[in-house]
Design a protein around this ligand. Sequence first.
Ligand code: GLA
Length: 457
Amino acid sequence: MAVNPPKIKVLLSDNDRLKKLKQAFIGKYEESPLFYACAPGRVNLIGEHIDYCGYAVLPMAIEQNILAAVSVNKSHIIQLANTDPKYKDFTVSVREITIDPKNPQWHYYFLCGVKGVQEQLSLSSLAGIRCVVDGTIPASSGLSSSSALVCCAGLVMMEANQKSVSKVMLAETCTKCERYIGTEGGGMDQSISFLAEEGTAKLIEFNPLRSTDVKLPDGAVFVIANSCVEMNKAATSHFNIRVVECRIATKILAKFRGLEWRSLQKLGELQTQLGSSLDKMLDLVEEVLHPEPYSKEEICKILGITAQQLCDSILSANTQHEIHFRLYQRARHVYSEAARVLQFKAVCDSAPADALLQLGELMNQSHTSCRDLYECSCRELDQLVDICRKAGAVGSRLTGAGWGGCAVSMVPTERRDSFLQRVKERYYMPDARREALVKQSLFVTKPGGGAAILTSE
Ligand code: GLA
């Protein structure tokens, strides 16, 4: 059954943030907002860089979100403002929306959502809106602030145009349209933003998109710690290089097994076609791929294609100049990480006496694999993860795209306060910049709810 995002009635007098946002809106546009929309950020507990390979991931929504106040008019003009003065006002006609992937500014994420809904619903024209956005998710920190903004914008446009779209369809639309900004994300962030429910993490599976509750074990809390190294995945090519390396690995493995490799794009699709277990896929990687990096020439030779064909049909716009591709390491990470997600869920479901230790171990293995095989960590994140483990976490790992951003740790409840104190002392206090950010950088989190429309009474 298709479920639409909920519409929740809220009492403005009970909610300081909404009250302030309403004031900011009135100050800006001299009218009251008609409705509000919110979409949360997320923390991924396990399953990193495998969603775009077709594999299930296990995130939960966090309490921090993007909140937008909106009024609707007939002007066909979108007027955007942000409560953070760092993000400048922007106005555009709905007929003239352009998104420049070379210059990922904040309003482009909003426009991705606008464009997505316009295309999904084949709307020849869209209502005009005035909107003020207020965000509490730290930007470029691996907690999905950009996808939350895309999702919030999608929801705003749906409501402003009085359309009714299911959460699954909105999640798929927002996944697709965020690619206008240039990164080839896999859908985890948008899916959890719409499908999250308070109190439960989710196993998110793709093709078709669906989610299953995962009850996290009693006796532990999840703590997010920001390394304070910013990573904007749209501003670099790290992310897309990984997507492309996985794609090339898929094709080489498929060709080796005599499959029609040209149409295969994802390591997960390859597994489905071969009907093999994840262990067997790891064996195949060992048998076929070598640990040394592949050059473009070698890839072309193996696949029997020209350099031009490689550039046109396999590489993406911002990976054309890449010269080395580590296929063995990336494929090994993906198949072993996909297995860890299933094990994590199985441990949560069966809740054995040593559940915390088992889950912690899986998180630690995931970090090692991200660091050594996928090479998406960085020195500060490795140091932070190490500090978190020594401070009492049973498991700690980078979360999100990596190359900076946050670590997530599982900490036995009774060690929570001493853990927070130690991490603060060892990672944040020795550095003035980090120390200044510690309040919004180190916090306990629990599974939050998904995107919603809010109307005030
Ligand atoms: C980003 C992408 C997601 C996912 C993660 C890594 O957040 O948007 O789709 O690939 O990185 O797990």
